[in-house]
Design a protein around this ligand. Structure first.
Ligand SMILES: Cc1cc2nc3c(=O)[nH]c(=O)nc-3n(C[C@H](O)[C@H](O)[C@H](O)COP(=O)(O)OP(=O)(O)OC[C@H]3O[C@@H](n4cnc5c(N)ncnc54)[C@H](O)[C@@H]3O)c2cc1C
Length: 369
């Protein structure tokens, strides 16, 4: 049996939910299908929950544009909907003289993206803010913040349902076919069925390539290769030595093992970068050595045995470990030739921060005002 729906969103992570909310608020009939038992169980709940300022990304890239616009939109959204957040700011620290030039590069990158509020700090100024940090210089990013990503997704979900949208759990998209009057998507689970949608948004995160390839009529050449870079976190026992996020200068594949602080003031370190072959969420306890070494660059008082393995997330990468970083890839009909389909690939950091402008962009690709 084929049921008809106007818009089908595959994947209930922060991005899928932001897209579904955008489409529902535009008056569209929206159904979200999610393979897991609830929303946001993958990358959207396995991250640092930082509202990024928009410092690191090449000028004009989707990451830069959507991060800067997303930061403003997200602060506004969180305030309006009463979702917990704090505009704590963050420090980016140079641990040795050879890292100082990277701070200047970051200022230039940030300016290119319209982020003009970075301030250079001396080691004494940093010590006054975060006495546990050892550095030769730092940048202060006042617009960075932290937020409750679960509360954000819950709020998006509430809005979708208020607008008449529906969400189905245990409902994996298992394949499909491009038809003359829409796209058929087979849904597995206990009540297997086929949905014919006029518009399909594939926001399946780490599985987006697999979903795109399973739709007959989507050119396989239009689907980019996928790679996975695990990022693990370690927690710190004892009294938190930091009150705000502290980042080292960025490394290849990630932003460096940083300090994040949650809304309760607890500190965790991470994520590192570990290229993996498959999606699997165990934290390798042998990575502790990498953490101790990385953290002691800027926090030399870290005691042996103070770190405990925490959780991990996996970055949906579009490039191999040898290649330079790639931008988000958001393909509409112009890119892949299928009317009504949008594929979102490589939505790694700053995907949470960027989620609201990503949703606007998807709506525009579908011709929705
Ligand atoms: C370690 C780490 C740290 C990060 N830190 C930050 C940060 O501090 N700030 C920030 O802005 N961003 C951060 N990010 C990025 C951010 O977490 C992601 O960009 C964002 O969560 C992606 O959301 P998503 O909805 O695209 O993907 P996901 O959250 O992965 O959602 C995809 C959903 O699709 C579902 N799904 C998959 N296949 C199917 C199918 N066949 N049928 C139905 N459903 C399916 C999955 O179950 C999942 O729920 C971080 C990422 C990582 C990995």
């Amino acid at each position: 049996m084929v049921e008809r729906v106007e818009c089908l969103v595959i994947g209930a992570g922060a991005v899928g939910l932001a897209v579904a909310r955008r489409l529902a608020r535009a008056g569209k009939e929206v159904v979200v299908v999610e393979k897991a038992e609830t929303f946001g169980t993958e990358t959207s709940s396995r991250n640092s929950e930082i509202i990024h300022a928009g410092i690191y990304y090449p000028k004009g890239s989707l990451k830069a544009r959507f991060c800067v616009a997303g930061k403003r939109a997200l602060y506004e959204y969180l305030k309006l909907h009463g979702v917990a957040h704090k505009n704590l700011g963050k420090l980016i620290v140079a641990a040795s003289p050879d890292e100082l030039s990277q701070l200047d590069q970051l200022i230039a990158f940030a300016r290119g993206n319209g982020v003009d509020d970075l301030v250079k700090l001396t080691p004494a100024e940093v010590r006054a803010m975060e006495p546990a940090v050892s550095c030769v210089g730092a940048l202060w990013s006042p617009s960075t913040g932290i937020f409750d990503s679960h509360g954000y997704m819950l709020s998006l979900l509430g809005e979708i349902e208020e607008q008449g949208g529906a969400i189905a759990y245990h409902a994996p998209a298992t394949g499909g076919k491009v038809m003359n009057d829409g796209i058929d998507i087979r849904i597995g689970g206990a009540v297997a069925m086929t949905l014919r949608a006029r518009m399909v948004v594939n926001s399946a995160g780490l599985y987006a390539q697999q979903v795109a390839k399973s739709i007959a009529g989507v050119l396989p050449e239009s689907v980019p290769a996928s790679y996975y870079a695990k990022g693990s976190y370690y927690t710190l026992s004892g009294k938190p030595p930091f009150v705000r996020p502290v980042y080292p200068v960025p490394e290849h594949g990630g932003l460096g093992v940083h300090v994040s602080v949650d809304l309760a003031g607890q500190v965790r370190f991470g994520p590192d970068v570990e290229w993996v072959e498959r999606i699997e969420y165990s934290v390798n306890p042998r990575r502790a050595d990498v953490f101790y070494a990385a953290i002691r660059h800027y926090y030399p008082d870290l005691k042996d045995g103070a770190l405990q393995p925490g959780y991990c997330g996996i970055r949906p990468k579009l490039q191999s470990p040898k290649d330079p970083a790639k931008d988000f890839v958001i393909q509409g009909p112009r890119e892949h030739g299928v009317p009504g389909l949008v594929n979102l690939f490589g939505i790694e950091s700053p995907g949470l921060t960027a989620s609201l402008p990503i949703a606007d962009h998807v709506a525009a690709l579908l011709g929705i005002a």
